[in-house]
Design a protein around this ligand. Structure first.
Ligand SMILES: [Zn+2]
Length: 359
């Protein structure tokens, strides 16, 4: 039986996230009694929300509050067969404008490198590239060449365009050595840069469109828009690039239910699908979005489309997806919903190719 490969997981703890970004709830979640109290407080504060969701929030906070990335990893492994493998995406929170994290990004990376040494066949770390980091290329090359990292993670909503030329040396390297790049591609997510750009940076460098937004989240979406990759892929047409989340669960649902042609045309799921059909080495993963049972029919249809079926990857977005579903529920329902053949295609065949795993 081929092994299951989850192409999208996270292990960082709340200690790797800026203090201003995580609220005081982390303290409440630090003990069992605290977690019970937290769930109770949340139920009282938001009585009209369904109870399950609040309990899942408490579980999410518990996962983020553990002491080490290794502990998060051992919790993740518990939900899968012993030969399962995991792509682990680091996130560089240092430049998002939310202050300092107790542990800087470089520490997140060095901890992941130790885990890679400990679990070389099980863990495939991705280096998160933020163009605002000085000496980015040197740091990236060190982690790829000396620490056996697998690929690159991008998180544009933290405040940069994916075609930022400071990232070009990394793309050149990735294209040359066929390294996978996964970019966060979900509209209106909760993670975005906390600074409003100065006026001279509010003009889209390619379209010259003026970004007249009042909220930081809107700027985050503007950086993340799948259309931005047209310029990147024009310069790096052979780049192996995965659009995570298929544009996001909300966009997938909108596409599923919309009758409005304009809305469909601007839908991020549609834009991602267009990318998959237009560029030979592009992929997308069902992480987070697969937690919505309604969407499994949509993904199932894609897996019977010969143009894209080899470009879809299984990922869960552990433990972010715990806000929607427990990990076991996620993986087992996706498997049942898609059927064994399609599931093994995305959770093994396509993943082996994407991650360059030699069998
Ligand atoms: Zn993620």
């Amino acid at each position: 039986m081929p092994c299951i490969i989850n192409c999208h997981t996270h292990l960082f703890t709340f200690n790797h996230v800026p203090v201003k970004f995580i609220t005081g709830q982390r303290l409440l979640a630090s003990t069992t009694a605290g977690r019970v109290r937290l769930a109770r407080v949340l139920h009282k504060l938001i009585p009209w929300k369904d109870d399950g969701k609040l309990d899942r929030l408490a579980v999410f906070l518990t996962n983020g509050n553990v002491a080490s990335q290794e502990e998060v990893f051992s919790r993740l492994c518990m939900f899968y067969p012993s030969d399962a493998r995991f792509a682990v995406h680091s996130i560089d929170f240092d430049y998002m404008g939310a202050g300092k994290a107790p542990k800087p990004f470089t520490q997140q990376l060095s901890e992941l490198a130790l885990l890679k040494q400990k679990f070389p066949q099980k863990l495939y770390p991705f280096f998160c590239a933020d163009p605002r980091r000085p000496d980015l290329f040197e740091l990236f090359r060190r982690y790829i060449e000396e620490e056996n990292f697998t690929g690159i993670k991008l998180y544009p909503s933290l405040g940069f365009f994916p075609f930022d030329e400071r990232l070009y040396p990394l793309y050149e390297y990735a294209q040359k050595y066929n390294l996978p790049v996964t970019t966060h591609c979900s509209a209106s997510g909760p993670v975005f840069g906390r600074n409003i750009p100065p006026p001279k940076e509010r003009i889209h460098p390619k379209t010259q469109e003026v970004m007249n937004y009042s909220s930081k989240k809107q700027f985050g979406d503007h950086y993340t828009d799948p259309d931005n990759y047209l310029w990147l892929l024009k310069d790096f047409p052979q780049l192996k690039l995965c659009f995570a989340h298929f544009g996001g669960d909300a966009q997938c649902i909108k596409y599923y239910k919309s009758n409005d042609p304009i809305e469909i045309q601007n839908n991020w799921f549609v834009k991602v699908l267009k990318m998959l059909r237009s560029f030979p080495h592009t992929y997308s993963d069902i992480s987070y979005a697969g937690a919505d049972m309604d969407l499994l029919a949509l993904f199932s249809a894609l897996l019977h489309d010969r143009e894209v079926s080899h470009k879809v990857l299984f990922g869960s977005d552990y433990y972010m997806s715990n806000l929607e579903r427990n990990e076991r529920w996620f993986s087992m329902n996706v498997r049942m919903g898609l059927g064994e053949e399609s599931y093994m295609k995305i959770a093994h065949d396509n993943a082996v190719k994407f991650l360059n795993i030699l069998e």
